[in-house]
Every structure is written in C-alpha cells, then in structure tokens.
Design a protein. Structure first.
Length: 418
C-alpha cells in the first residue's frame, strides 16, 4: 500500500510530515511526499491565513485527481481550527488536529471507520514537547525541530490557539537526532513555532542549544527568530558553533503604533539596534524579514513609517503578506481595511524589499563564498551561501559545499563560478 504525505505551510509541518513518512516506512508502507498516484493521502494542513485554510480544503480535490478511490486523512492546523470544513468532503476516513500526528498513524494503519463516516479524533495538546520519529533524510537541508507552540499571542495570529503553549525539546534529544541527520546533509535548519522561546519552559536558553549543537560537524542556521532573542551571548555562540550568518527576524510593521496594536514585544528602535548588533558579529549577514500590510486600523502614515523603516534596515530579502482576518483573534474585532488598500501597500513594500535584495546581491559580486549546492535543476547546480543568497552554477555538483565566486544577477539569485 502506498501513502503520499502532502504538506502545506511551515517548516514545522514539513518536519512532522517527514516523521510520519518515517513511521509509515518502518511499518512496511511505500511513502512519498510528491503529489502522485497513491492508495492513501495524508494532508498535513495549514491555517496561518484564510488563504492557507482555502488551500488546505482544496488539497482534498487535488489528491483525488490522482486516485478518485483513494483514502484521505486530514490533520494539522486547519483541521484543528475547524474540522467541520473537511467533514463533508469525499473519501475522508479520519480528521485529526495538531497533536500526536505520528500517534494518529496507528489509527490510520489499522484502517478505522467506513467511508462516509469520518471520525474526528482530536488528541489533547500536550504540556511537554512530543518527541517524534527521526524524519526521513532530507534531499537537501535537514530540518531539526526543537520547539512547538507559542506564548506570544500576537493580536493577528491564530497559531498559539491551535498549537498550544511553548514546549521545548530536551537538549540530549536534539543532539542525538542532529548527529544522525548530519550523516545525510551538510546543513541543518533549526526550526520550531517560536524558536526564540526555546528553553524557557525547561530552565535553559537558546544559547545553550547553540553550544550543544557545536558538537555536530555541519553548518547550521535558524529558521526564524524574534529580535528579542538576539544578544551578544547568542551571537558569540553562533560564531563558535558554525551557524550561518543569515537571520530571519520577523518585523511585521515599521510603525510603533501598529506594533503595539499587534501585541509585539519590541519597538522599531530596538529592532534596528538588534540589526546593528548582528552586523557587529556577522558583517556580511543576510537579514530577511516578514511584514504584514494592511493590519486593521493601520493608517497611511503608519504605512509610510514602514516604508522608511524598510529603507533603513536594508533587508536582504523577505516575505510580505496582506493582513488576513482570523476569527477568534483580537485583531478580527478591529476596523478592517479595504483589500485594494492592503494590496497596494503590500506591492509597495514588496518592491522595496526586492530592490534591497538586489543591492545586497550586487554588492557581493566577485566575492567567494562556500555554497551548499543542494540539487540540480534544469542542468544547473542550485544552492545557498551561508548568508542566504541563492546560487546557480554549471558545475554539476549536488549535496556538496563548494567555494564559488558570485557573478551577475540571475533568475532568483546570482550566477556563480568555480
């Protein structure tokens, strides 16, 4: 019997899907993460925006195009948020949520329930970190999940309500898996729902995690951090532990008034100070970000403040989102902004970030960087520098770190040469 595990959303979801694939394979099933013919499909859903919920619902129809008679199993954030949106869809045998995804495989593998009577089995969100099977080896960079849940409760975000309170993975467990994954990849991406909260619930710090991972002989990078996590101790530890000089810091807005309404725990001055501190330790650092445009009650003046902030920060890239109303969050009760206004603001910010990304790459032309060439696409080796410039090379190498000279802007990054 063949399973396809189809993943929507974040790196945490991807990690959890790879863990499920491992358990299925260990129990004798054929598994794949590609959308192709299978006997059964597990859809690991996302609910970070309304659009993510929509794509999660549409995924049922997508998989059934490959096999109209397939069994379909739903889990993840979108079904945790509203399982009824999936209940009437064809071929669904089980609807579960966020907790105990690998535990739900026992029910799936036992073939529970007849068609047209999909049970909804929502496991209780745990109080402590749930260890999962070590995931299938990554084809490129390995994902290393160290934390789950979030205590921040930003006013626009539904995820803390779905994922639960912050839970940190034990250091020994992290290290054990990291050493195994290092046999298959030359780079590990440390991920979690809120990595910056790592250790607070178990009496250690993020710096302790970095120091422990220094024992693993591959390069490492963080998936995303809050600016409050950045301090001299962490940055010094990252330099010693072969962490990449790439920092993804979620800004969300360049207006202090909007940040306060979002329930973010910093102001713009602090964020810029953290950027300066990073560049003190990592002068060549790539700093990317997330920005939400059109947050409720964001004025035109607030938007202009974000425009000016983006110019000052000189980000090397980023993701720009149109605000998505999430019922059950405080922001959903605020006066909403017209979609056309939100989209216009997002387009302006996107253009600014694209411009600063291009400048970041052009300023590094002719410099030599170690590039992790992950795979070959359309006859070219593709990978990333440590500061997260996407590189294309004709050298026909993959899963190797190669010193390359950066050249001209090309496709989504730069052309590079041996």
């Amino acid at each position: 019997m063949k399973f396809v595990v189809f993943t929507l959303g974040c790196k945490v979801n991807k990690y959890e899907s790879c863990s499920m694939m491992r358990k299925l394979a260990d129990n004798g099933f054929e598994v794949s993460d590609k959308l192709e013919y299978a006997d059964a499909y597990i859809i690991n859903t996302c609910s970070v925006t309304a659009e993510a919920d929509k794509k999660s619902r549409q995924a049922v129809s997508r998989v059934l195009k490959y096999n109209p008679d397939a069994l379909v199993y739903i889990m993840g954030c979108s079904s945790q948020n509203d399982f009824m949106q999936f209940a009437g869809k064809p071929n669904i045998r089980l609807i579960s949520g966020v907790a105990s995804k690998c535990g739900m495989l026992d029910n799936i593998m036992s073939g529970i329930s007849p068609l047209n009577e999909p049970p909804c089995l929502m496991a209780r969100l745990p109080d402590e970190y749930e260890d999962e099977p070590i995931p299938f080896p990554s084809k490129t960079r390995g994902l290393l999940k160290v934390q789950d849940g979030c205590n921040n409760f930003c006013s626009y975000c539904i995820i803390p309500h779905l994922r639960g309170r912050s839970r940190s993975r034990a250091l020994d467990s992290v290290l054990s898996e990291a050493k195994i994954q290092a046999e298959y990849t030359k780079e590990l991406v440390v991920t979690g729902i809120n990595i910056s909260a790592y250790g607070k619930d178990i009496g250690i710090t993020l710096t302790d995690l970095v120091n422990k991972l220094s024992e693993v002989n591959v390069r490492k990078r963080f998936g995303s951090l809050e600016c409050a996590a950045i301090d001299e101790g962490l940055l010094a530890a990252m330099k010693r532990a072969d962490f990449c000089d790439h920092f993804h810091l979620s800004l969300q807005s360049g207006s202090d008034a909007v940040l306060k309404a979002m329930n973010r725990k910093y102001d713009c001055k602090t964020f810029l100070q953290k950027i300066d501190l990073i560049r003190k330790y990592f002068p060549d650092a790539g700093i990317t970000t997330d920005i939400i445009c059109g947050f409720p009650a964001e004025t035109e003046e607030n938007h202009k403040e974000t425009v000016e902030f983006v110019k000052k920060a000189a980000f090397s890239g980023g993701h720009v989102f149109v605000y998505s109303k999430r019922e059950g969050t405080p922001a959903a009760k605020l006066p909403q902004i017209e979609n056309s206004v939100k989209e216009g603001r997002a387009a302006e910010i996107s253009a600014l970030i694209a411009k600063s990304e291009k400048q970041f790459m052009e300023q590094r032309k002719s410099k030599v960087y170690p590039v992790y060439l992950e795979n070959i696409e359309d006859g070219e080796s593709v990978g990333y520098t440590s500061n997260y410039i996407k590189v294309y090379c004709d050298c026909q190498k993959e899963k190797e770190i190669v010193n390359l000279k950066l050249g001209e802007i090309y496709k989504e990054g730069v052309k590079a040469y041996e």
